[in-house]
Design a protein around this ligand. Structure first.
Ligand code: C5P
Length: 238
């Protein structure tokens, strides 16, 4: 496999084509951003930590029967993935109230939800990723209804795999965001699963060990990600 041209550079990852039209290289950079790119900083080791964290989680999900785009790690900061036709929506599941749901509904951070809450958001930085529902997705043709139902089912299935996994490491999976795409007509989990796109709290102290440390200026961002990884049994290479 040969890495070729940069196809796209996002806020924290760059995507490269390869000599295989069905494969892409994801390069996890140290760049960190929040508030739709308004706050930015390069954090030493974050690219390597997120690449290896993502590989660990994607392998756990594959082992549980959830199809992902992940093929293999290529280096400390790069992974080989399947080339998906991405669906432009973000799928969020929440177990505990935090972040935007608290602002939208005026509920207190930290309330344990009676059941997981599923939400769709449109992937659009200029609009600040507005919340949408199944009707918007169907009306604007962003995804087929069969894929809408499957995204909900798979996002909740990820909760059933990861909530107990994190709890066994003394961590609460507060919420997370997933993105899906199509590969040979099948819905497949794409993008990443790292502490950049989920909330993880220490189960005892409720200390924040995710990107809220960056958003809220709490410091020790990468150190927190490393602690989460180490508790899961990941040994990071730099
Ligand atoms: O901001 P909000 O509370 O809606 O975020 C819910 C979850 O989705 C959080 O874990 C957050 O990190 C993640 N998220 C993300 N990318 C976005 C929006 C939210 O990873 N663009």
């Amino acid at each position: 496999m040969e890495k070729r041209n940069e196809l796209y550079s996002g806020k924290a990852k760059s995507v490269y084509t390869t000599d295989d039209p069905n494969r892409l290289v994801l390069h996890f950079r140290d760049d960190t951003s929040a508030f739709d790119g308004k706050k930015k900083e390069a954090l030493n080791r974050k690219g390597a930590v997120n690449n290896q964290f993502n590989a660990f989680i994607m392998e756990k999900l594959e082992a549980a029967g959830i199809a992902t785009h992940f093929d293999k790690m290529l280096s400390t900061q790069e992974s080989l993935v399947k080339c998906l036709k991405m669906i432009p929506v973000e799928c969020v599941v929440r177990n505990i109230a935090a972040g935007s749901i608290c602002r939208r509904l005026g509920v207190q951070e930290g309330i344990t939800l009676e059941q997981p809450v599923f939400e769709f958001f449109l992937k659009n930085d200029e609009l600040g990723d507005p919340m949408i529902n199944d009707y918007h997705i169907a009306a604007f043709g962003w995804a087929e209804s069969v894929h809408v139902e499957r995204m909900k089912k798979l996002t909740l299935a990820v909760n059933d795999v990861l909530k107990p996994l994190f709890l066994s490491a003394g961590l609460l999976l507060v919420d997370y965001k997933l993105e899906f795409g199509l590969y040979e007509g099948e819905l497949v989990l794409g993008d990443e699963f790292t502490p950049d796109g989920c909330r993880l709290w220490d189960a005892e102290t409720r200390a924040k060990l995710d990107k809220d440390r960056f958003r809220q200026g709490l410091g020790s961002v990468v150190e927190a990600y490393e602690e989460v990884g180490q508790r899961l049994g990941i040994t990071f290479n730099y």
